[in-house]
Design a protein around this ligand. Sequence first.
Ligand SMILES: Nc1ncnc2c1ncn2[C@@H]1O[C@H](COP(=O)(O)OP(=O)(O)O)[C@@H](O)[C@H]1O
Ligand SMILES: [Mg+2]
Length: 268
Amino acid sequence: MDPKDPAVPGLLRDGRLEVTGRIVSASNATLLCAIEVDGLRAECVYKPVRGERSLWDFPDGTLAAREYASYLIAEAFAVGDDGPLVPPTVLREGPFGPGMVQLWIDTDRDRELVDVLPPSEVPAGWLTVLRARDALGEPAVLVHADQPELQRMAVLDILINNADRKAGHVLAALGGGVYGVDHGICLHEEDKLRTVLWGWIGRRLPLELLRSVRKVRRRLDDGLCATLAEHLTRRELRALSNRVDGLLSCPRFPAPSGYGPAIPWPAF
Ligand SMILES: Nc1ncnc2c1ncn2[C@@H]1O[C@H](COP(=O)(O)OP(=O)(O)O)[C@@H](O)[C@H]1O
Ligand SMILES: [Mg+2]
């Protein structure tokens, strides 16, 4: 189903969930489901809170709420016809208890946006994030495309303090568009930006992205803060608000903070 179809949120909220599979490579219990109501049918992921793996730095049982909060912020960040960069996401009951349910995005495998390649094979215009050597000692580079949608995702990640923007969490949708998934470890009160999208360090934010950040500021003040308070702590909310203001007062792509790893591992 088209993520921008206005019927999607209702379907995700009210549809009957039937578990059809499990993503075995996932680190949490990430279930693939069919969802159906009133003749509408789609595929989605369902991550029950009960299936969340414990982490040392994030409080237990909070990942689904962080995914939902990230979706709400992506919605506030969206402008024009493009729609949010996060697929429609809801919190609801499911066969294994409360959790998050998110529309499945069919991906275009011929449209990679992040890759590890020998330096000679990097497509023209792509940005290099890391130079390394592969298992055989040959040079390899971590690179990503230089595209407005990816740049937009990098800015969203700054706002939501994404600690896990791996290559596999950047989806090029079939039929166009780019979506980010797996926002369980976002919105921590401490800086944890960990991403493969470091290609624009030091550059000024384009005007339309600045406009989007301003829109988030307005939406936070117009009720989004109150909604997010149901899902985040006061300190996490204050940190979010500070990140938004920080980017507005210094509208440049930041460099890694120097604390902790800046690139998620594995990067894919
Ligand atoms: N909404 C989605 N649409 C399409 N693919 C998805 C979606 N959510 C997750 N995936 C795929 O499933 C993989 C595992 O899901 P992820 O959200 O990363 O789970 P985990 O929290 O366990 O790491 C992702 O890397 C991605 O390839
Ligand atoms: Mg993941």
